[in-house]
Design a protein. Structure first.
Length: 277
């Protein structure tokens, strides 16, 4: 929606890159779409509605070759796997605190590569982002603080910092390893339940596990599981319209595992789900 809003305001056009045969962004399709009009390549690393991890490094190579700005939405991936902006080659990366980082809600961070800071004008300016030099002039800061606001939630930011330190203390590689084992176990067990179908796409998968249950309303399944103290979520078509419309889904069920989950919990979840379908 943010892109649609900008397009409506500026006359920019949004071109959607097709998927490859695995359901992730097609690198060949991306290459084909590039011409002199393209100003930004923006992708979502991990979508909200499934376990797919997009090939962010490959996209980075295409962006670099073409000299086009590259924005990576890493909201679902930060905290569940190592993220190296240099390896990925993105110019900008956005992340949230409230998901796999296990930080406070309403927090997040934006990375902007130093070399492109001056090209990017933030949508709102205040006295943190800029200096009011004279009656009719102002000067935007030249460092990353131009993307900040004057007023801020310090407690939330401290919480985010603690969450980041905590994740780093376990190590993101170890976190990813544990999550992958649990997620694969969960996918295997879900696929064994009659009427349940795992819907995750992509060559590389992560801790989000999406599935459908034949003939059952997702919100009802969620409610019944909640009564058993098992929390899962429902991803509606609104959240990822391009993907959900193309696959003909109104919604999918989403279970996310993290390193603190146990094999026993995965098993209890699947046994409980099996008793409901
Ligand atoms: C891919 C992706 N990007 C961004 C967001 C927004 O995160 P937040 O609301 O914490 O800013 C979400 C939330 O679900 C998401 O899945």
């Amino acid at each position: 929606m943010a892109f649609l809003q900008v397009a409506r305001k500026t006359g920019a056009t949004i071109e959607v890159i097709p998927n490859d045969e695995f359901g992730q962004i097609s690198i060949a399709g991306l290459r084909q779409a590039i011409d002199e009009r393209v100003k930004l390549i923006a992708i979502t690393h991990v979508p909200t509605n499934g376990g797919l991890v997009n090939p962010a490094v490959e996209v980075g190579k295409v962006a670099k070759e073409a000299g086009i700005l590259y924005l990576l939405d890493a909201c679902q991936s930060v905290g569940q796997m190592p993220i190296d902006v240099h390896e990925i080659g993105c110019d900008m990366l956005s992340a949230t605190g409230r998901k796999y980082l296990r930080g406070p809600r309403g927090t997040g961070f934006l990375y902007v590569r130093e070399g492109v800071i001056l090209q990017l004008e933030p949508p709102f300016l205040d006295m943190q982002a800029a200096e009011w030099v004279s009656r009719d002039t102002f000067k935007i800061r030249s460092d990353a603080r131009r993307f900040e606001n004057w007023e801020t939630n310090y407690a939330g930011k401290i919480g985010l910092g603690v969450a980041v330190d905590y994740a780093l203390s376990w190590g993101l590689a170890a976190i990813e390893r544990r999550i992958r084992v649990l997620a694969e176990t969960l996918r295997d067990q879900l696929n064994d339940i009659n009427g349940v179908k795992v819907q995750d796409l992509g060559q590389q998968k992560c801790g989000i596990v999406s599935f459908t249950v034949e003939g059952k309303e997702p919100s009802k399944i969620k409610r019944l599981l909640s009564q058993e103290k098992i929390n899962i979520s429902v991803s509606s078509a609104q959240g990822t319209r391009l993907d959900m419309d193309a696959r003909g889904f109104m919604s999918v069920l989403r279970a996310s595992v993290h390193y603190y989950n146990t094999e026993a919990e995965v098993e209890r979840f699947c046994t409980t789900l099996a008793s409901l379908v």
